[in-house]
Each structure stands twice: as structure tokens, then as C-alpha cells.
Design a protein around this ligand. Structure first.
Ligand code: ADP
Ligand code: ASP
Ligand code: MG
Length: 356
């Protein structure tokens, strides 16, 4: 059994959805397909929410563009004479419209409301994909991807989620069919409120499911030929890397290789499940495989990545020299505030500590 994840661009247009259908229907069954929101829709959902919260009437026009986007895609890919999918879609969109109106009237956008709003992206796209793939079964990941609040943000409850995933996809349900799952979205294990796994989190949903079910592979289908030596939008001469170890991929992803959401690697790495990065627009390209035992290609540098929005802080002072526990105090303060440190260096004279 394999888990295939299709990102925003792979579900963003009529053409890409038809490619997805062909790729998925060509797989041996059972197969689990995790999908993102239609490309650009999550950004649009957030922009509309912020516009409404600012009391700006333009939010209505933005909302209409979300409606049109989904209607156009449905008209382009679904030959559904009953109009059932359109009805279901419009029910969800009507709910969303009411939420936006509430935000506009109250002029307030809490994190809870924003999480509810962005969840519509994957809830809508997964319905479309499930309808597109004949005989598939749609699941609701809010029922089995569970988070808890830590440092003010939702964090996956791995153990609870694992057991719920195993139950959701028990052998008699899994059968010989294709299953469609919305990525990214989850619920709080105590309150049941809708949460999510963070931007780009559909990759993580797919990895969590693949690990829980001991899948034979996790495939990340995207808009480039594989994991490349650099971001092709920044470095046009970047080329595809055939294979990477989990550790190499983790390093590159944590440092900005957006092609895989960083937390994705860990669940499949501990189960030794290979990750394949493939191109929805060029399915015959071999892509990249990420696994434990990669042959040494003797290249000292596998790839280059970069990150924005990072703080580098240096704590310095002669009074730090020889004082035991200074670093403990720095790191405790950071941990208490939920700040993750990805790089540390301390001068051997002990008069400064730098952290990223
Ligand atoms: P998806 O919608 O499929 O999740 P993303 O936009 O999240 O797609 O990730 C794919 C994009 O990641 C590519 O279009 C590419 O521009 C960017 N990217 C950044 N670094 C790399 C890299 N090292 N290799 C491949 N793609 C990269
Ligand atoms: N739709 C979500 C986002 O844009 C999750 C994802 O695409 O992985 O961040
Ligand atoms: Mg992504």
C-alpha cells in the first residue's frame, strides 16, 4: 500500500487534476491519496479573512473569486449529471460565507476562526478529487489527525493519531480501493476545534498516515521533477538529485527546501519507509528517492537551500565567562516561549553564545 500526496499545484487546474486522476488510477490498490487545497486557495482564504477583519467590503469580491475558482474546476473536470458535488460544494461555501460575514461584522479574526476558515480549502478540494476518481472513498482527517495545544499552538498528538489512523483504515475499510484524504487539517483532541498542521502541512498528513499503516512508500507529487540541488525559482540551473538520505533531506528541508514540509521526514524515517518526490506534470521522470541506504555518489555537497524570516541572536558579556548555567537559562527562556533553536555556537572563551 502506498500513500500519494498531491500539492496545491497538482490540484490547481483542470489539466493537473486530469494528470492526478491518471496517476492515481494507474496505481495498484489500495492507495491513499492526500490532497492540498486548490493551488493558491489557502493564501486567498487568509487574505479574504484579513480583509473582512479590517472591515473592508472588498472581502466579498475576494470570496466570490474563491467560489468561482471551485465552480470552474468542477465544471472542467466533473461530468456529474446529478449536480451533487456542486450542491455539497455550495453548502460548504455558504457556511464559509457566513463565517466571513461574522468576521466582517465583529472586526475580529482569532486564531481559532482563522483555523476554521483555512480548513475549507482542503475540505473542498478533497471532495472534488474524491468525485473525480471513480469508486474512491472520502475520509475526513479531522476525525483522526489530533493535536494538542503546546506553547500556544497546535502540536500533533502522535500516539493518539496513530491509533485513530489504524482504526480509520482497518483492513476491511482499506479493501482494494482508492481513499482520498484532505491534508493539513486536524482537530484539537480535547475541544474538537478544527486546527491544522501548519502551512505546507499536507505533506505531514501523508507521512503520518504512511507511518501508521506501514506503507511501502510515501510519494510527494508536486510541480518539479524531484528534490533539486537548489530552489529552481532562485537558481535556474538547479538539477534533480536522484537519491538523498533522510538526514540529508531533513537538513535541506529545515533550511528552506520548500519541496517537503520539514516535519514530514521523521515519521517515515523511523519506519524506514522511502519517500519519492515526483512531478505531476512529468510523471515519467524518475524523481528523487529519500531513504536510509543511499549509495555514496562522492559528491561532497548534495544541495543548497536558504531561509528567510530567521533571527540570529548573540548574547554576549564578560560577566558570562566561567558562569555555570548561563546557557541553561538562555535555552530555558526560549523553550518556555516555544521558540525553536536550530543553530548554536559558543565562543570557547565563554563570553558569547549565538543562536539561530
Ligand atoms: P506543493 O504545492 O506541491 O506542496 P510546494 O510549492 O510546497 O508544492 O513545493 C514545491 C516547490 O518547492 C517547487 O515549485 C520549488 O519552487 C520549491 N523548492 C524549493 N527548494 C527546492 C528544492 N531543493 N528542490 C525542489 N523544489 C524546491
Ligand atoms: N493548503 C495548505 C497550505 O497552503 C497545506 C498544504 O498545501 O500543504 O499551506
Ligand atoms: Mg508543499
Amino acid at each position: 500500500m502506498k500513500v500519494l500526496k498531491f500539492g496545491g499545484t497538482s490540484v490547481g487546474s483542470v489539466n493537473s487534476l486530469l494528470n492526478l486522476k491518471e496517476i492515481v488510477e494507474g496505481q495498484s490498490k489500495p492507495t491513499i491519496v492526500v490532497v492540498s487545497a486548490l493551488g493558491g486557495v489557502t493564501d486567498l482564504l487568509i487574505k479574504t479573512a484579513r480583509t473582512a477583519a479590517d472591515g473592508n467590503e472588498d472581502y466579498r469580491e475576494l470570496f466570490e473569486s474563491i467560489v468561482t475558482r471551485h465552480h470552474d474546476i468542477i465544471a472542467g473536470v466533473i461530468t456529474d449529471r446529478t449536480g451533487e458535488l456542486l450542491k455539497e460544494t455550495d453548502t460548504l461555501l455558504a457556511e464559509l460565507s457566513s463565517i466571513y460575514q461574522g468576521v466582517y461584522l465583529i472586526r475580529d479574526l482569532s486564531p481559532k476562526t482563522q483555523a476554521a476558515i483555512v480548513s475549507y480549502g482542503e475540505r473542498l478540494s478533497s471532495r472534488i478529487v474524491a468525485r473525480l476518481i471513480s469508486g474512491s472513498m472520502l475520509h475526513d482527517s479531522r476525525a483522526f489527525i489530533k493535536t494538542e495545544r503546546k506553547h500556544g499552538r497546535p502540536v500533533l498528538d502522535s500516539e493518539l493519531t496513530r491509533s485513530l489512523v489504524v482504526e480509520e483504515f482497518r483492513p476491511e475499510v482499506l479493501g482494494e480501493r482508492i481513499h482520498v484524504v484532505p491534508g493539513f487539517i486536524s482537530t484539537d483532541k480535547h475541544s474538537g476545534e478544527v486546527t491544522n498542521l501548519g502551512r505546507g502541512g499536507s505533506d505531514y498528513t501523508a507521512s503520518i498516515i504512511a507511518a501508521a499503516l506501514d506503507a511501502e512508500a510515501l510519494e510527494i507529487w508536486t510541480d518539479v521533477d524531484g528534490f533539486m540541488t537548489a530552489d529552481p525559482r532562485v537558481i535556474p540551473t538547479a538539477y534533480t538529485i536522484n537519491s538523498l538520505s533522510y538526514v540529508e533531506a531533513m537538513e535541506l528541508c529545515n533550511f528552506g527546501a520548500k519541496v517537503i514540509y520539514p516535519p514530514t521526514i521523521y515519521p517515515v524515517c523511523v519506519k524506514n519507509i522511502p519517500i519519492r518526490v515526483k512531478n505531476t506534470f512529468n510523471p515519467s521522470a524518475p524523481g528523487t528517492v529519500i531513504r536510509n541506504d543511499v549509495e555514496d555518489d562522492r559528491k561532497p555537497i548534495k544541495g543548497i537551500s536558504s531561509i528567510n524570516g530567521t533571527s540570529l541572536i548573540t548574547v554576549t558579556g564578560l560577566s558570562m565567562v566561567g558562569v555555570i548555567g548561563v546557557n541553561r537559562r538562555i535555552f530555558t527562556a526560549l523553550a518556555d516561549n516555544g521558540i525553536s533553536v536550530f543553530m548554536v555556537s559558543q565562543a570557547s572563551s565563554e563570553n558569547s553564545t549565538s543562536i539561530g
